[in-house]
Design a protein around this ligand. Structure first.
Ligand code: NAD
Length: 273
């Protein structure tokens, strides 16, 4: 199945929908990843800190798909920030994945108190130039962090993966991404189900015959974001991929926009270390 793709500012393409594997147990990650790839997923969002990179690599091999058909993301954890530590961390990730490159590597959190994210970014630029990482981006960066990175290095991240769901719509940050040519990627896209019962979600679900989760994931798609929901159940994986046989109306998108409360499910990037 062909997934819609988004163009990155380095000319590469990323599937708009992918599988997130945070909290997927290491012992079952290979099976989950292989099942997802069998259903048509072509993007897997991993990270060193998730402790399941080996399973991600195994799942990819078990799927039998050619390496270049699957987009693999990993992330550099906070303790590995700094130039040389980042170089070592990415090599360690590639070793666990048993891959010779990843498609995308992100700085997982800015950790502004450590003042190392620019050094980490220089290491990612080097790894990209050496071909160990095809594209480089960031996660949980605010507008200020993004601007510092670009001022210091001239290299614009291809993507910023941030918490984004109906209660935390990141409107200003998304507009900045658009101006800078950065793809927005949504983590915890379902917002822990806290908006499933909200009338705008329920009404759109009723009209389209889709589930609340599908309505919310479709909302991400129509915002132009890449989205990486996590499920370990086959039915959930399939449900979260079935987003392209319906569309939300402008009225439904506007009604969903009213659900923004600014409340986070996860940590605040300014303080998380
Ligand atoms: P999610 O929004 O994908 O929700 C996952 C939860 O929703 C699970 O409990 C799952 O069982 C349930 N769910 C999945 N599909 C459903 C459906 N169709 N109907 C009802 N319930 C459903 O949350 P997440 O895992 O926190 O985020 C997705 C991915 O984002 C992660 O797996 C990870 O890859 C990434 N992530 C990144 C960061 C970061 O700092 N960069 C932080 C958190 C998550």
């Amino acid at each position: 199945m062909t997934q819609p793709r988004l163009r990155l500012n380095d000319g590469r393409m990323i599937p708009q929908i992918g599988l997130g594997i945070w909290q997927v147990p290491a012992a079952t990650t290979a099976a989950t990843v292989a099942a997802a790839l069998g259903l048509g997923y072509r993007l897997v969002d991993g990270a060193a800190i998730y402790g399941n990179e080996a399973g991600l690599g195994q799942g990819l091999r078990h799927s039998g798909l050619p390496r270049d058909e699957v987009f693999v993301t990993t992330k550099v954890w906070n303790d590995d920030q700094g130039h040389d530590a980042t170089l070592r961390a990415v090599e360690a990730s590639l070793g666990r994945l048993q891959l010779d490159h990843v498609d995308l590597c992100l700085i997982h959190w800015p950790v502004p108190a450590r003042k190392l994210y620019i050094d980490s970014w220089r290491a990612l630029i080097r790894l990209r130039d050496e071909g160990r990482v095809r594209s480089i981006g960031v996660s949980n960066f605010t507008g200020e962090h993004l601007e510092r990175l670009v001022d210091a290095t001239g290299v614009v991240p291809v993507l910023n993966q941030v918490e984004l769901n109906p209660r935390l719509q990141q409107t200003a940050l998304r507009a900045l991404h658009d101006r800078m040519g950065i793809v927005t990627q949504s983590w915890t896209p379902l917002g822990q189900g806290k908006s499933f019962a909200a009338p705008p979600v329920q009404e759109a679900a009723k009209r389209t015959g889709k589930s609340p989760a599908q309505v919310i994931l479709r909302w991400h798609i129509q915002l132009g974001a890449s989205v990486i929901p996590r499920s370990t159940r086959t039915e959930g994986l399939a449900e979260n991929l079935t987003l392209f046989d319906f569309a939300l109306t402008e009225g439904e998108m506007s009604a969903l926009a009213t659900l923004d409360t600014g409340e986070r499910c996860g940590p605040d990037p300014l303080t998380f270390a």
